[in-house]
Design a protein around this ligand. Structure first.
Ligand SMILES: Cc1cc2nc3c(=O)[nH]c(=O)nc-3n(C[C@H](O)[C@H](O)[C@H](O)COP(=O)(O)O)c2cc1C
Length: 177
């Protein structure tokens, strides 16, 4: 039984990524979801709390739980950012910690626990030089980045940047542990 922190940033792939929560909970794992404000535009707290059976972390300054951004990674076995937006990837590479998701990520890195980024975005956003430079930085810092899938994108275009299927993400995670 594992304990996962699932950080969700604001991508149209948020709904697809909820499949991870279902699969983990089904096999007895625990999941703490941290959602950016943009993620909550795509998927509701009711769904995230219902699936994970835990309140979702959405606010750094949550009354009664203000140190959660520190404690959550000490509790976890691994930390997974899925879907990872261009914006959040670039923020993490720049050390920006201006919401509960990015603050919790920055507070987790030095612990040496597995940290995985699973990007999802339009292929031009994926190819944008800043995004590629940010990915290189994260990899150099020991963070694992799962290759994106190629194919139909939600925006109607085709190319790289598609979130891999949940089954492929789970297999990728298994191959790392
Ligand atoms: C319909 C829609 C779909 C979006 N999908 C993505 C996406 O898949 N990947 C991405 O990087 N940004 C996407 N965005 C843009 C992000 O939501 C936006 O950059 C946001 O500020 C990200 O914030 P966050 O990284 O804090 O979650 C989308 C925006 C909209 C309106």
């Amino acid at each position: 039984m594992k304990k996962h922190v699932l950080m969700m940033s604001g991508s149209i792939a948020c709904a697809k990524a909820t499949g991870l929560i279902s699969e983990w909970v089904k096999k007895g794992d625990e999941v703490q979801v941290i959602a950016s404000q943009a993620a909550l535009q795509f998927i509701g707290e009711a769904t995230l709390e219902g699936l994970s059976q835990k309140p979702v972390m959405t606010d750094t300054f949550e009354k009664g739980d203000m140190m959660a951004h520190i404690h959550v990674s000490r509790w976890a076995d691994d930390i997974i950012l899925c879907p990872a937006t261009a914006n959040t990837i670039n923020k993490l590479a720049a050390g920006i910690a201006d919401d509960v998701l990015t603050t919790s990520w920055v507070a987790a890195h030095g612990l040496g626990k597995p940290m995985l980024v699973i990007p999802a975005m339009n292929s031009m956003m994926w190819k944008y030089p800043a995004t590629q430079e940010a990915i290189k930085k994260l990899v150099a810092w020991g963070i694992d980045v799962m290759p994106t899938a190629e194919g139909d994108l939600a925006c109607g275009e085709q190319g790289a940047g598609r979130l891999p299927e949940v089954v492929d993400i789970l297999a990728y995670l298994d191959s790392k542990t």
